[in-house]
Structure formats: structure tokens, C-alpha cells
Ligand binder design. Structure first.
Ligand SMILES: NC(=O)c1ccc[n+]([C@@H]2O[C@H](COP(=O)([O-])OP(=O)(O)OC[C@H]3O[C@@H](n4cnc5c(N)ncnc54)[C@H](O)[C@@H]3O)[C@@H](O)[C@H]2O)c1
Length: 264
């Protein structure tokens, strides 16, 4: 039997690069779990969230638990002017920035008739425009630090037709397309960017749905249960690491088999 050994080093690179990561929506749910996952392998984290108290409190807990540099910043990402000052404060607090996770989000139930120019602009601004503006703000940092990467949190609702949340669905579709577009230019900087589409994950955003539709998604999802925020945190940490060095412009489904299910 021939043994193939090309001398590759398979030591874990999950904590590499060692640069800081900005996490929007970092005060809760998937963003918060991602912050813990990254800090657990030694990466500094800045939590940006409209929930100032939540972001600051979580940043303190993470710094104490893992001994990494952290920052918790009050940022409303519907406001385009909020990005630049937060970027300056983040650079100062973390020292380096080589990763971005854009997870801040809300899902407003409007149907077609409840859409207004204002809630449309706010929804697309928060989910899609903010991704672009944060990338612009850290472009030089990412370019300067080898191994830099971005992960944007989309949703299986970018693909499924859910009539109650048209703004959210359009915004998540925009994220997936924007990621593919930016991946082209960012690759010349050596920077990777991917989207992650969660299915039903047990976080505050899903609390209402879970309470009102008991057992509904569990029947459909192939793995038979909601996902945990930690299960997203691990995937996002992987995508930000050198372990994922050949993945860019992709959408990674983390949905327990929901979207491919034919169960009812
Ligand atoms: N939980 C799920 O089942 C699920 C499924 C698909 C996609 N997602 C996406 O995952 C991401 C994280 O959601 P989650 O489940 O952790 O929910 P979550 O409610 O626990 O976290 C969302 C965070 O975003 C913050 N946020 C909301 N509006 C903001 C704004 N204007 N500026 C800054 N921060 C703001 C909130 O304060 C909160 O901390 C969201 O983008 C969501 O759309 C979640």
C-alpha cells in the first residue's frame, strides 16, 4: 500500500490569526456565543450592539474568563454615522483587527402592507448597508493583517418564502449577494468573506416563534431540534480562522437540515 505523506502540518489553526474580531450583535444570542468561542482560543473581541449595557457587561465577563482584550460598545447600526467612531474605539481597545462578524439583526413582522419607506430603509440599512460600511471602515486593518476574514450572518429566510417578514428576507438575500460581490475585490487584499445561514436557533429573536408554534420546526428539521447559539459560534470561529483558508464567497447553511427537509 502506498502511504501519501506530503509533510503537511495538521496542528490546529483554530486560534489563528491572533488578531482582534469585531462582532456586531455581540450582546446576545449567536453574536455573544461567537465572542465566547473566539475568546476561548485567545482572540480579542469587540462587541458592538444597540444594547449598550449588554455589550459592556459581556465584554467584562469575557475579559475576566479568557484573559483577552475586549471592548463593549453602544452602536446603532441603522445609523451610518455610528460606524467610524466605533471603529476608532475598537482599534484602540483591541490593538489589531483581523476579523468581522456582522450578526446584529431584527426581524420585523409586517407582511406587505406593513412595509413603509422608513422600516424598509432601517432593515436594509442594519443588515446589508452596515456590512458594507464596517468592511470599508476596517479595510486597511484587514489588508494589513494576513489571514483576515469576515463572516456575515444571513438566514435560511433569504431562500424560503416567509410572507410575514419581507424586509428581513430581502435584507438577508442582500447580505448573501453582497458577500459574493465583495469576495471578489477582497480576495486581492488576501481577505476572505463568507455568509452563514442559520435555521431555527434558540435565541431571544426566536422566543416568540418557539412559544407560538410548539413542535412545528422540530418536526421539519432533520436533526429534530432547534440549534444552539454555540453551534453557530463554533462554525463562525472556524470560518474566521486559518482552518478555513480556502473558503470564500460561500454561504454555509447551519440549519440542522431544515432547508433540505421534506418532513411535515
Ligand atoms: N436565531 C435564529 O433562529 C436565527 C435564524 C437565522 C438568522 N439569524 C440571524 O442571526 C443574527 C443574530 O441573531 P440572534 O438569533 O443571536 O438574535 P438576538 O436577538 O439574540 O441577537 C441580535 C442582536 O442584535 C442587536 N441589534 C438589533 N438591532 C441592532 C442595531 N440597530 N444596531 C446594533 N445592534 C442591534 C440586538 O440588541 C441583539 O443583541 C441576526 O442577524 C439574525 O437575523 C438568527
Amino acid at each position: 500500500m502506498t502511504v501519501h505523506d506530503n509533510g503537511a502540518d495538521f496542528a490546529s489553526q483554530l486560534g489563528l490569526p491572533e488578531t482582534g474580531v469585531v462582532i456586531t450583535g455581540g450582546a446576545s444570542g449567536i453574536g455573544l456565543a461567537t465572542a465566547h468561542a473566539l475568546a476561548a482560543v485567545g482572540r480579542p473581541v469587540a462587541l458592538w450592539d444597540i444594547n449598550a449595557e449588554g455589550a459592556e457587561g459581556a465584554a467584562r465577563i469575557i475579559a475576566d474568563r479568557y484573559g483577552v482584550r475586549t471592548a463593549g460598545l453602544a452602536v446603532d447600526l441603522r445609523n451610518s454615522q455610528a460606524v467610524a467612531p466605533a471603529a476608532i474605539a475598537t482599534r484602540e481597545a483591541l490593538g489589531t483587527v483581523g476579523g468581522i462578524v456582522h450578526g446584529a439583526g431584527t426581524a420585523e413582522v409586517t407582511g406587505i402592507d406593513g412595509v413603509t419607506p422608513d422600516n424598509w430603509d432601517a432593515g436594509l440599512g442594519l443588515h446589508a448597508r452596515a456590512l458594507l460600511l464596517i468592511t470599508q471602515a476596517f479595510r486597511e486593518d484587514l489588508r494589513a493583517n494576513p489571514g483576515s476574514a469576515i463572516v456575515a450572518i444571513a438566514s435560511i429566510n433569504a431562500t424560503l418564502g416567509n410572507g410575514t417578514i419581507p424586509i428581513y428576507s430581502a435584507a438577508k438575500g442582500a447580505i448573501i449577494s453582497l458577500v459574493r460581490s465583495m469576495a471578489d475585490e477582497l480576495a486581492f487584499d488576501g481577505v476572505r468573506i463568507n455568509s452563514v445561514s442559520p435555521g431555527q436557533i434558540d435565541t431571544p429573536i426566536m422566543a416568540n416563534t418557539k412559544a407560538h408554534l410548539p413542535g412545528h420546526f422540530e418536526r421539519r428539521i432533520l436533526l429534530g431540534r432547534y440549534g444552539l447559539p454555540e453551534e453557530l459560534g463554533r462554525v463562525i470561529r472556524f470560518l474566521l480562522s486559518n482552518e478555513a483558508s480556502y473558503i470564500t464567497a460561500s454561504q454555509i447553511l447551519v440549519d440542522g437540515g431544515n432547508i433540505h427537509s421534506q418532513r411535515q
